[in-house]
Each structure stands twice: as structure tokens, then as C-alpha cells.
Design a protein around this ligand. Structure first.
Ligand SMILES: Cc1cc2nc3c(=O)[nH]c(=O)nc-3n(C[C@H](O)[C@H](O)[C@H](O)COP(=O)(O)OP(=O)(O)OC[C@H]3O[C@@H](n4cnc5c(N)ncnc54)[C@H](O)[C@@H]3O)c2cc1C
Length: 452
């Protein structure tokens, strides 16, 4: 299997993401419907947040995930005059990335969660504010939160993603809530991970379904890596069961050769892979789901629905009404809302056809920090491609992984992201060196986000 640039996989990878990402944004500046700086989801509470008076231009960042934590740290480094406040609704951090390895017992919960928002803020000279953002008034430059209003000079909104259950035929709000509670996808919140891990530990046999959505979903290799990790538990414990991967896509969307070889060599008879199997409905009570061609009875499942930009983006009036995935209406090169140079969106809520991953959000975050520092001084900073470096653990004993290292290029007009850069490489031969690198990469991410 080639370790170099693999054109077929490259095309497959970029096709899916381009189709999902760039719908409706030929010019890179999306959502001209989001008018100027006047429009507002004006719900200011009138109660001022208990924060110290700003000692410089106040930069407020919404979301303490990979993007927000990175931007808070690096914006302060790039422009120390900034008075940075990070607003996060969670009071406990736990990463989505690496969570699949927890299901197979390769890491413990501390590995994911032993990281403090307080330490990150203290180590990097900004303020962590534990509150839920509820509204935005761009006229008065006021962010409304559950703990009071915060005035800003610059605002970055990085709230991640939400599930779009309508796209898998589950349209009723009650049914959506029941589905998420009973068979969570496990691609947004830590409490989903706890539930899925319990399911894997209690699995006694039969069919465990893992679905893969269409579009530019979060962490393209994530569902396939998870199938390998669950299969490794079935294999180790000699459980009479299988993992059925129902993929809405015509084939594995990334590192396909590497995952197919793992499925066939390591998990023959344990992992069954079904492409072009988009979910069109789920009966939670009967543990049945429908695809275009099939009805599937299962014993347990992680049903990963299509994703969209976080509903907060829409709630704050920052969504591009033409975006197929309800993502933000920002200029792809300048990262700010058209007509409002003070409001930015970053991370997985972005409209760019980048792979929605932590490494992308982290390297993008360092670029956005430079844009913010320049903007605060009346200057601009030219677009730089983020990097998507992503390891996927496919074997648990011994720990073996595959990986990709991707960059991006602009379209011919130079106005929006056009696809992967030619120096993109796939490393699809699994080995233990990459197995070790998978854990080292994650430790590096935590150090970068939480330490000085
Ligand atoms: C199972 C799994 C495996 C993965 N594996 C990898 C991997 O191997 N490599 C890789 O690079 N990436 C991986 N990823 C992807 C990676 O975790 C995400 O792409 C990345 O974390 C996105 O960062 P973000 O900051 O955009 O969003 P998030 O990390 O989701 O952060 C958004 C934050 O905003 C907060 N927020 C939302 N709404 C509000 C509100 N109203 N008020 C206040 N706060 C709010 C949320 O609480 C959250 O903390 C994986 C993801 C999953 C789920």
C-alpha cells in the first residue's frame, strides 16, 4: 500500500468535503443576507457580567474547545494589549479527540479530562468565564450570557457543531431527543462518550451499529476508528457479536485503503462494512433503523447523524442562509462576518471545506490569532492554510495506527478554499510507531491548549 500521495483517495476525500463545504459560496464571502454590523439577536440581559474592567481592547471568545482555547492563548501572545475573556458553558473539559481509544481501554478518563480551564487561563493571561452564551447585539457590541452581558471590541464565536437529525429522517423533536439519549452519536459531548463506553463494556453479542453520515461531518476517520476500537473489544473478549458500519458515503471517506485492510485483516467476521447506506429513519423502541434499501435490527448502536454548524451560530444571527450545513456567514480568507470586521467565527462551525478536526482547529486558531492582532492595529494578515494531521488507531493490541497529513489551497480566483494541497500525504500502512504517535499527538494538543 502506497505511503505517498494517493490520487484516488485524495479525490474522494476532497469531493465529499468540497460538496458539503462550499455549497452557495462561490465568492468565499458567504451570507450577504447577514447585513452589516446593525443586525442583532438583541437579547441583552441588562445585567453586567462579573468581570474585571477591561485593561485593553476586549477580545471575547465563545467556546472553550480546540479552536477557542487555541485562539485565547495565541491572540494574547500575538497582541498582549488584548484583554481576553473565554466564555465556556462547560465547567469541566474533556476532549472528543482520542475518546475512541477510551472505549478499548487504551487510555483512561484522565487522559481526556485531566485538563483545567482555570489553569489554561492562568497560564496564558486571560479570563475563563463559565457561562452559556444566549444572545448577541452587534449594534452595541454586547454578548448576552447566562451570567450577564459582556461588552466586546472583538468577538470570536467557536461553538463547534450540532447534529442535524432531520437529515436522517428523524424530524420530530421528541424523537430526536429520545434518539440522542438512547443511541448517541458520540461526536459532540463527553456525556455521550460515557454512555457509549458503557454500551461497549456491557455488549454481550449481536449487532452493534455505527453509522457514518454524509457531508463534511466532524472527524472523517472517527467512525471507522471507533468501529476498529469496538471490534478490538469484541475480539479480545471473544464475544459472539459484530460491528455493522452503515456508511452513507459510497466508500470510506478518508484513509480508505488503511481502514479496509484493518477491517479485512484484523476484524474479519467482526466488522461488516456497508457503503451507500444512508439512514432514513430510526425506531428507538424497536431498535430498528431504515436505510434507502434496507431495514436493520440492532442490539445497540452509536447513531451519528449529519452535522451542521452549532445552533448557536443561527441563534446569534451569524448563519449563512445558503449554507447546506448551516455554517457561518464569514469571509473565508478574513474569518469575519461580511460587513462586520469585529465578529469572527472559527473551528468546526466554519464554512470552509476543511476536514473538521482538532489539528485543523488548532493550526487555524493560530492563524486567526494573527488576523485578530493585525485587525486590532488596523492591518490585515494574509490567509495561511491550516494543517490536518490526523492519526487513527486501528489495532489495540499491539497499538497500531494509520495517518494523514493534509494542507489546503485556494480556488483559482483566490477568494475561497478550493481543496487539498498537493503536499497532502496518506500513511495507510498501520504500525506501532504511528500507534505511539497517536497518543503523543494528543498529549501535544493538550500541552498546547492548556500550558503556557
Ligand atoms: C470521537 C471523536 C474523535 C476525534 N478524533 C480526532 C482526531 O483523532 N484528530 C483530530 O484532529 N480531531 C479529532 N476529532 C475532532 C475534534 O475533536 C474537533 O474537530 C475539534 O474539537 C473541534 O473544535 P471546535 O473548537 O470547533 O469545537 P468543540 O471542541 O466542540 O468546542 C466547542 C465549545 O463551545 C462550547 N459552547 C457551545 N455552545 C456554547 C454556548 N452557547 N455558550 C458557551 N459555550 C458554548 C462547547 O461547550 C465546547 O466546549 C475527533 C472528534 C470526535 C468526536
Amino acid at each position: 500500500m502506497s505511503e505517498q500521495f494517493d490520487r484516488r483517495n485524495f479525490l474522494k476525500m476532497s469531493g465529499a468535503m468540497l460538496a458539503a463545504g462550499t455549497a452557495g459560496c462561490a465568492t468565499g464571502i458567504t451570507g450577504s443576507a447577514v447585513a452589516g454590523s446593525g443586525s442583532s439577536a438583541a437579547v441583552a440581559t441588562g445585567m453586567k457580567a462579573a468581570l474585571p474592567a477591561a485593561k485593553g481592547p476586549r477580545l471575547v471568545i465563545v467556546g472553550g474547545g480546540t479552536a477557542g482555547l487555541t485562539i485565547a492563548k495565541y491572540a494574547k501572545k500575538e497582541y498582549p494589549k488584548f484583554d481576553v475573556v473565554l466564555v465556556e458553558k462547560r465547567d469541566m473539559y474533556s476532549s472528543c479527540f482520542s475518546s475512541n481509544m477510551w472505549y478499548a481501554g487504551l487510555i483512561d478518563l484522565e487522559f481526556l479530562a485531566d485538563h483545567s480551564f482555570l489553569d489554561a487561563a492562568r497560564n496564558n493571561g486571560y479570563t475563563y468565564f463559565n457561562a452559556t452564551v444566549t444572545g448577541l447585539d452587534r449594534t452595541s457590541r454586547t454578548l448576552a450570557t447566562s451570567e450577564g452581558d459582556i461588552g466586546y471590541d472583538f468577538l470570536v464565536v467557536a461553538p463547534g457543531i450540532s447534529y442535524d437529525y432531520d437529515k436522517i429522517g428523524v424530524k420530530d423533536a421528541g424523537a430526536q431527543a429520545m434518539l440522542r439519549q438512547t443511541f448517541p452519536g458520540g461526536f459532540i459531548s463527553p456525556t455521550e462518550h460515557v454512555t457509549i463506553r458503557r454500551k461497549v463494556q456491557e455488549f454481550e453479542g449481536g449487532v452493534f451499529v455505527q453509522t457514518v453520515p454524509s457531508g463534511n461531518y466532524r472527524c472523517l476517520p472517527g467512525p471507522y476508528e471507533r468501529a476498529c476500537m469496538i471490534a478490538s473489544v469484541i475480539k479480545k473478549n471473544k464475544i459472539n457479536g459484530k460491528v455493522l458500519v452503515l456508511d452513507a458515503n459510497p466508500d470510506i471517506t478518508i484513509k480508505a485503503a488503511g481502514f479496509h485492510s484493518a477491517f479485512n485483516d484484523l476484524y474479519k467476521g467482526i466488522i461488516e462494512y456497508k457503503p451507500s447506506s444512508a439512514v432514513t429513519g430510526v425506531d428507538v423502541e424497536k431498535k430498528m433503523l431504515k436505510t434507502e434499501f434496507d431495514s436493520v435490527k440492532f442490539d445497540d448502536a452509536a447513531i451519528y447523524a449529519n452535522v451542521r454548524g452549532s445552533t448557536l451560530i443561527e441563534q446569534l444571527g451569524l448563519m449563512d442562509p445558503k449554507s447546506g450545513q448551516k455554517e457561518a456567514a464569514i469571509d473565508q480568507l478574513r474569518y469575519s462576518i461580511k460587513g462586520d470586521d469585529r465578529v469572527f467565527v472559527a473551528g468546526d462551525a466554519r464554512p470552509h471545506p476543511y476536514s473538521k478536526s482538532a489539528n485543523t482547529a488548532n493550526t487555524e486558531g493560530k492563524f486567526v490569532a494573527k488576523v485578530l492582532a493585525a485587525r486590532a492595529q488596523g492591518k490585515e494578515f494574509a490567509w495561511v492554510s491550516p494543517r490536518t494531521i490526523c492519526y487513527s488507531m486501528v489495532n489495540a493490541d499491539p497499538m497500531e495506527a494509520i495517518s494523514v497529513d493534509a494542507g489546503y489551497v485556494l480556488n483559482k480566483e483566490g477568494t475561497a478554499v478550493g481543496g487539498f494541497s498537493p503536499d497532502t500525504k496518506l500513511f495507510e500502512n498501520r504500525d506501532s510507531a504511528k500507534g505511539k504517535a497517536t497518543l503523543e499527538w494528543a498529549r501535544g494538543m493538550y500541552r498546547d491548549m492548556f500550558e503556557a
